[in-house]
Design a protein around this ligand. Sequence first.
Ligand SMILES: C[S@@+](CC[C@H](N)C(=O)[O-])C[C@H]1O[C@@H](n2cnc3c(N)ncnc32)[C@H](O)[C@@H]1O
Length: 233
Amino acid sequence: MASLPPVPVIHLDPVHPLRVSERYSGADHPMREVTRAVAFEGAWDTARSRDVRGIFDGLAPDWTETRYSPERLLPLIDALDRGGVDGRTVIELGAGTCLMSAELSSRFDRVVAVDLSLEMLRNAVTADAPLVNADAALLPFPAGTADVLVLMNMLLFPAEVDRCLARQGALVWVSSRAEDTPIHLAAGDVVTALAAAGAGDWGGTASRAGEGSWCVLRRSRTDTETGRQAGNG
Ligand SMILES: C[S@@+](CC[C@H](N)C(=O)[O-])C[C@H]1O[C@@H](n2cnc3c(N)ncnc32)[C@H](O)[C@@H]1O
């Protein structure tokens, strides 16, 4: 079979007003380096997991009060609307205090919220989503469980994203403050990290809304095209 060209990331013009974040977190924020090391080098072990959990356990009590605003949801809403995201089961990785869960529950049949930090989940503002205290590096779900994976300001674990997302599924990647977000990768970096981890070619759409940015990515080749079995890697 002739190989298909990779699907590129198409950058859509914004349709919502853009704003520059007033909370610049600095080019040397330590989570920037962690984000890239995890995505590109798989640099995640028990010590790093414990450290990251400790950081977010500490931030958890004030997370909702300091982070929630309707405007912060705008890039997620734009991604779901213009990224053509549908399906029944959504898993949100790194859900924090579940500030996005109400929006997700209004659109999808089943929303599951996963976070490494038990304190974040203890402070969750949702009654709609089952809460799962787990490490996204090793998710407690069978292969192909999610029609949609939502990651907002969350570390990328490419192999688990590839394993847990259904073959036709969509990865929704959101940065609430675009490049100013400490845990941020550009759309092209997400595609590169997935490919480098052996997850194949991905492509899709990307844009900006409010202070944030987003991309919605899908595999470029489907089961039928590759002969790969559903959920198998
Ligand atoms: C910057 S916060 C974002 C929280 C939420 N998505 C939001 O935007 O309000 C990152 C979240 O990811 C979680 N997290 C970090 N590493 C994780 C991992 N390996 N597995 C699951 N959750 C993780 C943290 O505990 C934290 O709640």
